[in-house]
Design a protein around this ligand. Structure first.
Ligand code: ATP
Ligand code: MG
Length: 301
């Protein structure tokens, strides 16, 4: 496998008072590789969006560090931060909130091109906008001068993807990119992300509640429980032979692959969630290797 573009090394994000810490993410480590998709699954509140915000640098890690192209991302290196900001782009859950209602689609794509590809002249920018729209399978002639409210949810999500692509990113973080869309258009958005990943050699972090789609788009998967990654590895190995009790619970609750588990709370079935989140220090947990590229943590005692 090629070297990772981006890695989290033992990253924690802690909320709450210093004497009463609550770990939204705890000692999270993973790496994103070009041309590969990593899925992050877990129930509501498990810490998935916290991980996304850490990657987007909306939060800085309370513990641990981010590595970009192998080097730790410091606070002071303005040049590395700028490169990071254009290399790492996000596609949000809500395609309605993500676009500005007062601006046309052309504006939404022209802006990142102006900011990040300064050497393009007006004609080249126009050509780039056409190319971006074609990439996301929208008709430039029909779409360019429209406003967001004139588009469907699926079309807006395609614009969000085009906008992310406008800066030539290497990493895309997609946090539940289809959960607010009609079921009928979800597959199309997933296929598009898949194609982009393959054609542009993007590293994709796909965050979802939906195990069936994780299996469909991802090479590797991580299962998050109470802020920790408790099981990870090859998507088929993890889903066909789950080892951590939490992964088993998630899967047992979705015998029907089309069923989603975003309305179900299992963590309390294991009876440990608050306990785990609030413990300032967990006992050192040894990673168990179940198979090649399949690992899990034992439940803390
Ligand atoms: N700004 C914050 N202040 C305090 N607690 C927070 C904050 N953001 C998140 N949390 C807590 O951290 C935990 C993880 O939240 P997060 O939003 O990362 O979960 P999630 O897995 O994305 O959930 P969902 O599936 O509902 O989107 C939750 O218990 C949440 O209440
Ligand atoms: Mg979330």
């Amino acid at each position: 496998m090629s070297d990772p573009i981006l890695a989290l090394d033992n990253v924690s994000k802690i909320f709450g008072r210093a004497d009463k810490p609550v770990y939204a993410a705890r000692a999270v480590s993973f790496a994103l590789h070009p041309g590969r998709t990593l899925a992050l699954v877990g129930e509501s509140g498990s810490g998935k969006t916290t991980a996304a915000r850490l990657i987007m640098r909306e939060y800085s890690p309370d513990e641990g560090r981010l590595l970009f192209r192998g080097a730790p991302l410091g606070r002071v290196d303005a040049r590395a931060l700028k490169a990071y900001r254009s290399a790492v782009q996000m596609v949000f859950q809500d395609p309605f909130a993500a676009l500005n209602p007062t601006h046309t689609i052309r504006y939404h794509l022209e802006r990142p091109l102006r900011l990040h590809q300064k050497r393009l002249n007006a004609a080249q920018r126009q050509a780039a906008i056409v190319e971006l729209l074609e990439r996301v399978k929208l008709d430039p002639g029909l779409i360019m001068s429209k406003f967001p409210h004139e588009l469907s949810g699926g079309q807006r999500q395609r614009i969000s993807i085009a906008r992310a692509l406008a800066v030539n990113p290497e990493v895309i973080v997609a946090d539940e990119p289809t959960s607010m869309l009609d079921v009928s258009v979800r597959q199309g958005i997933l296929n598009l992300l898949n194609d982009m990943k393959a054609e542009l050699k993007l590293a994709l972090l796909y965050i979802t509640h939906d195990i069936a789609t994780a299996r469909y788009v991802a090479n590797d998967i991580m299962v998050m429980y109470a802020g920790q990654i408790v099981e990870w590895g090859d998507v088929d190995k993890v889903l066909d032979d789950p080892r951590h009790p939490y992964t088993r619970l998630l899967l047992s609750a979705v015998p029907d692959p089309d069923r989603r588990f975003d309305d179900i709370r299992f963590a309390d079935e294991l009876g440990r969630i608050d306990d785990i989140r609030r413990q300032a220090a967990l006992p050192q947990q040894q990673v168990i290797e179940a198979d090649d590229n399949h690992f899990f943590l034992p439940m803390p005692g």
